[in-house]
Design a protein around this ligand. Sequence first.
Ligand SMILES: [Zn+2]
Length: 135
Amino acid sequence: MEKLKLPRAIYDRLLEAAEQEAPREACGLLAGSGAAVREFYPLTNVEASAARFSMDPQEQFAALKCMRGRSWEIVGIWHSHPATPARMSAEDRKLAFMPGVSYVILSLAPACRGEIRAFRRERGGSFREQEIEFC
Ligand SMILES: [Zn+2]
């Protein structure tokens, strides 16, 4: 599996978005091409929950339109875990149904604050961790 290429500047924005939204989960889309992230679109978590997220549909639509204009695609779906490690929760696994998209989680839990991990859905429905390369 190709490594997810994540610019440091975007990582910093993810961390900032996670901190701003805590104790609720923050979420958004990572856009670019292939496995290279070029832009982050922060989206409202309409669940306003500390344990789950659901991206605002209208904001999502606007982000997709913007991506199309730049010939980008969705590289990743990102959310934060304000109090738990960067692992796919049971709920995350249930909702992560898009193949070829990286599910990226950033943790703010005290023991692993700033930890970021990416996962991809495989054929058969299991998940595999994807290495992240900062660039
Ligand atoms: Zn989660």
